[in-house]
Design a protein around this ligand. Sequence first.
Ligand code: DCP
Ligand code: MG
Length: 411
Amino acid sequence: LVDEAEVEVFSVPSYACQRRTTLDNHNTVLTDALSLLAENAELEDEEGRGVAFRRAAAVLKALPKPVTSMTQLKGLPCLGEHSLRVIKDILDNGTSSEAEATKQSERYKALKVLTGIFGVGAKTAARWIRDGIHTLQQLRDSEHTLNRAQQAGLEHYEDVNQQVTKAEADAIGEIVEKAVLSVLPGAQVTLTGGFRRGKLTGHDVDFLITHPVEGREEGLMPKVVSWLESQGFLLYQKTTRNSYLESKEGPARPASNMDRFERCFSIFKLTKDDKHGTKQPEKLSENGIKAPEDTGRSLTHVQTDPNPPTPSCTMAQIHSSKDREHRSWRAVRVDLVVSPISQFAFALLGWTGSKLFERELRRWAGYEKAMSLSSHALYDNNQGRYLRATSEEEIFAHLATVKVASVQKPL
Ligand code: DCP
Ligand code: MG
């Protein structure tokens, strides 16, 4: 038995956005199990439960050492009853029986395969499973009609579920920049999302587009999309227009976490020649040794990737790997967002992520600072006015100001 007096008790700030980000996770067994349960909750469309597991995993990831006893966790934030049960199971038995059972369950596997199709969310996947569809082949053989996004998602399933490398993201960045500049000289393109955070791979590539003169960005997206389409770069695209100005809710009371910028969800056709810096042999060598590009992808393990690629047994139903190796292109998910320059800093902060960081930053701003933060604006509820910012630093400076009037919630 461990003497409690000798056990180091950890301490971690309440909100994820108050913690330093680390690549040094000393508790991967615990965080893997909790992340899997979070993913499963999200796949089951139970967002609250998903967030609870994500928060618990983030707290354990921030600890300076491996957890060896439950005593060390006393007083740590975000560890609910369920998460503590999972942690105890692992400390006692080496693995979480719940996480293992989930991983093996047919339902989890089917949800993962089906939501791996671009355009298919938890609700659609659940409906298909109720109709007895668990695999891509069963979906193809079924009577179900797919919308345009889902058809494209099914067609490019294997590519879209394969991690995108930084080199591929940069190559797409050059194409997007060329498109944007040829329709609006002086416009600016910024790589956001995980790649801006320094990740080496991602599930998609996110770009934020603006112009230094307010208003010049209006109507930009359809022109960019037309240019890209005329050059054959788009396998699929759906553009939604900016609904911020016409929305009644205002940034102080956003109806959802989704922002209202003009946005284009797309699937890019990236030809191998477009991948600068990643020129690679066209095919696998006879003994199946992977091309250099694939070796690079193994670096994903240093990231906490909650959505690892779907098992290859299901992918084989689409194309054989050989077919793909002989193709001179691959499909890549790309998101384009256009922001007016006055909202650019907020859009940049909002689109850089991670998702948990964004969520926690907004929660912290609301509860601790009485401010409403969105990807469009920052509103000070005490002063009753919007606070301007031209950089992320300025947003953080606003958020750091001490609120005399607000009551501090005990941490
Ligand atoms: N984002 C958000 N709310 C949305 C969509 C996006 O807050 N509804 C933000 C947070 C994300 C970022 O935009 O970090 C980009 O979204 P992604 O889903 O592409 O996430 P990442 O880029 O972080 O991950 P990945 O590397 O897997 O693409
Ligand atoms: Mg991304």
